[in-house]
Design a protein. Structure first.
Length: 346
């Protein structure tokens, strides 16, 4: 089914001030290590091996005393409004699509709206692991279609790992469930969605699709009052579902994978993204790779990676885009569209 006319803006992003390298993460693991000293070099080498496989180098991590989920979402939203030269009074809908939260109620979007000084708006959260931000875009499109009076949706996400990351790794075996957590980075991202094109450039959406395979729900979890764990090897195997689904969805709008100029994917690791490109038969340079700079920023990674693309590349009117993410659940979301408005020069 074809979409009504919806235009996705350039992203706004925000990060904590502290950039952390791999050595610092290993130091944090070392500080909690209580096993035999003779076994530490083997464990440290195994962690370094994980970082090498994923191409992890840096990530931003917020200190505990500055970790307010809504504040980073607000910073990304303000950046997005500025980048797209949009006034706040045009916003009628605020959706937060992140995983991180500091309370079960109210919705984080309510706090974001209040801190943006929106007096009246429709605000709520969408949560769906790492696909949450794109699911929120899809939800915003549905609400705009339902409500003619809504002009612009502000769609944000903010990922702060806080106490949910565990550096308590005592054995190489522990890495089976905890290695993915060591590649996590913090960050926030924001999009605007409306019916009219963005003069400075944006994506006219042609299609948004979701795929779910709920039988795999148990592979990645952050329990309430618990810490993040992920069966990374099994999750990565599910990546085989992405290329055929990508091809099938693109066929519906008359595209082939090779027709797409820019692939902006969630970044669990650089290797994973490169494998998707290979399996889809697409040149590697069509994708964007930001994992080494920011780590796995969960639901914020599509916005963060899109911003990285715009910082590094020129984009021409008519360029074809695919924005995609996969997440615990197991689920996938893909948005396809073409660049409209002005040429973007990096």
């Amino acid at each position: 089914m074809s979409l009504p006319e919806f235009h996705l803006s350039k992203p706004g992003v925000a990060f904590p001030a502290t950039r952390v390298d791999n050595a610092e993460v290993i130091r944090r693991v070392r500080a909690l290590y209580t096993g035999p000293e003779s076994e530490w070099p083997t464990l440290a080498s195994a962690i370094e091996h994980v970082f090498g496989l994923c191409k992890t180098q840096y990530r931003y991590l917020a200190a505990a005393d500055e970790a307010c989920v809504a504040d980073y979402a607000v910073a990304a939203a303000k950046n997005c409004l500025e980048v797209n030269q949009t006034d706040l009074d045009e916003v009628d809908l605020v959706i937060c699509g992140g995983i991180a939260r500091q309370y079960f109620e109210p919705a984080t979007a309510m706090e974001v709206a209040a801190k943006l000084d929106l007096k009246r708006t429709h605000a709520f959260d969408v949560t769906s692991a790492c696909v949450g931000h794109l699911e929120a875009v899809q939800t915003a499109a549905a609400y705009l279609q339902l409500h003619d009076e809504y002009r612009t949706a502000l769609i944000c996400t903010s990922e702060l790992a806080g106490p949910y990351l565990s550096y308590d790794v005592q054995t190489v075996r522990d890495l089976y469930a905890k290695s993915a957590g060591l590649t996590i980075g913090n960050g926030a991202a924001c999009f605007l969605l409306r019916r009219a094109p963005w003069p400075g450039g944006g994506i006219k959406l042609l299609q948004i699709d979701t795929y779910t395979a709920p039988a795999h729900w148990h592979l990645c979890k952050v329990p309430v009052l618990g810490t993040f764990s992920s069966s990374s090897v099994e999750l990565m195997r599910l990546g085989k579902l992405i290329p055929p689904w990508l091809k099938d969805r693109l066929t519906l709008i008359g595209w082939q994978p090779q027709d797409v100029n820019h692939y902006v994917f969630h970044q669990p690791s650089e290797v994973m993204v490169r494998k998707i490109m290979d399996d889809a038969g697409v040149p590697q340079e069509r994708a964007v790779y930001s994992h080494s700079l920011y780590g796995n920023t969960a639901s914020a990674s599509v916005g963060v990676t899109f911003k990285h693309l715009l910082d590094e590349r020129d984009v021409e009117p008519g360029d074809k885009f695919v924005l995609g993410s996969a997440a615990a659940g197991y689920s996938m979301v893909m948005a396809s569209g073409v660049w409209t408005g002005a040429k973007h020069a990096h």
